[in-house]
Design a protein around this ligand. Structure first.
Ligand SMILES: N[C@@H](CCC(=O)N[C@@H](CS)C(=O)NCC(=O)O)C(=O)O
Ligand SMILES: [Fe+2]
Length: 358
């Protein structure tokens, strides 16, 4: 199985990717709106087909990326029927199975943090995605969105602590940077929910948390009740692609352009080759019309470049030129892309070269 834990630093949310390595079918649990581009890049680079995005609940602290990913990747949206959300493609009932390749996740209702909270359990019960029902040594608050401390206590006891002790728990958030725990560990050490703690003790604890409401709550809840469908007038679409070229965004955070596009647009862009002079004039040659600005002097020499014309950066393999896109971005250039694969791929694909030897 392929498994990735992804993090959104703004809301401290974890997004989980699970996929079957043979069929490449994938599920994504709790995507975040602002991270949709990152998530789509990872799914593309791993060669996966996103079948469903799954919500553990209607979030109060961030907007889901479910609708954006449906738009971009054709995934479908699943959420519990009890969530009250509109616009999903599948409404989950207790015990429903969501397949990916030969594997599946089982939806277990775990109300308490919200009325529609769901925990997703892997078929062999080795992993559970508990959303905001159970955190690492904590749990979700129960003071809004049909929150109910007694319901949460019972959900944890009946649906999560009934899993094997070895079952790993992946929570919806962690505010201290912790990443994973297990059923056995939480039964012993959870300060609110350990096996020795009674229901009334738990309710007393939860009634006195005294937390301020999440900053995003007034925006997030209405948006998530529509599965994160962007409001055209108010919200910037983080999947909006730059328009000057058909660029690809990498999971490494770099915009790239393919050699065949550059070959046809040599005159429409500024080509900045960031290698050393001996390489620029060496056997690999350079892209026709390229300007030599070695990476070490790029920051001092940005004044030589025009702001009005897009920039494509080039080096031998595409590594130094990727860093050049970052430096140019910091210097205020907003239309910059890296030539994918650098001079090595440019030459391998037999595009025209100035200088160099065959
Ligand atoms: N400061 C955060 C608070 C987020 C928050 O309240 N998170 C909920 C989950 S949606 C929670 O249960 N937090 C438990 C806690 O902070 O102990 C924000 O403004 O977004
Ligand atoms: Fe939540």
């Amino acid at each position: 199985m392929i498994f990735r834990q992804l993090f959104d630093p703004q809301s401290s949310t974890y997004t989980y990717l699970v996929a079957d390595s043979a069929s490449r079918e994938a599920l994504l649990i709790d995507p975040v709106f602002e991270q949709a581009r990152r998530d789509a890049a990872l799914i593309g680079e791993l060669g996966l087909k996103l079948k469903f995005t799954l919500e553990t609940h209607v979030h109060a602290d961030h907007v889901t990326g479910a609708s954006l990913l449906r738009q971009k990747l054709g995934s479908r949206i699943a959420i519990s029927a009890a969530s009250g959300a509109e616009g999903a493609d599948r409404y989950l009932r207790p015990g429903d199975k969501i397949p990916f390749g030969k594997q599946h996740l089982e939806a277990r209702p775990t109300p308490g943090h919200t009325g529609g909270c769901t925990t997703y359990v892997l078929d062999d019960r080795s992993m559970a995605f508990t959303g905001d029902t159970l955190f690492i040594r904590g749990c979700g608050r129960t003071d809004f969105q049909q929150g109910d401390a007694r319901a949460l206590y019972r959900s944890v006891r009946e649906q999560i602590f009934s899993l094997p002790d070895r079952c790993l728990i992946y929570p919806g958030h962690d505010y201290r940077g912790l990443t994973v725990t297990s059923v056995g560990e939480e039964k012993l050490y959870n300060p609110r929910l350990a096996e020795s703690i009674g229901e009334n003790d738990f309710v007393g604890y939860m009634t006195h948390l005294g937390l301020p409401h999440p900053k995003q709550m007034d925006v997030a809840v209405p948006a998530n009740l529509k599965c994160g469908k962007p409001e055209k007038t108010t919200t910037a679409d983080p999947l909006m692609e730059p328009e000057w070229a058909p660029l690809t965004y990498t999971f490494g955070g770099i915009w790239e352009v393919q050699p065949h596009w550059l070959e046809e647009h040599l005159r429409d862009v500024q080509i900045v080759d960031v290698r050393e002079p001996d390489e620029f004039n060496g056997p690999l040659g350079h892209v026709p019309g390229a300007r030599l600005v070695p990476l070490g002097s790029l920051t001092q020499r940005v004044g030589e470049l025009q702001k009005g014309m897009p920039i494509v950066t080039v080096c031998r393999s595409g590594a130094r030129s990727a860093q050049a896109t970052v430096l140019l971005g910091k210097a205020g250039f907003d239309r910059v892309a890296n030539l994918s694969g650098g001079m090595l791929r440019w030459r391998a694909q037999r595009f025209s070269v100035e200088g160099g030897v065959d």
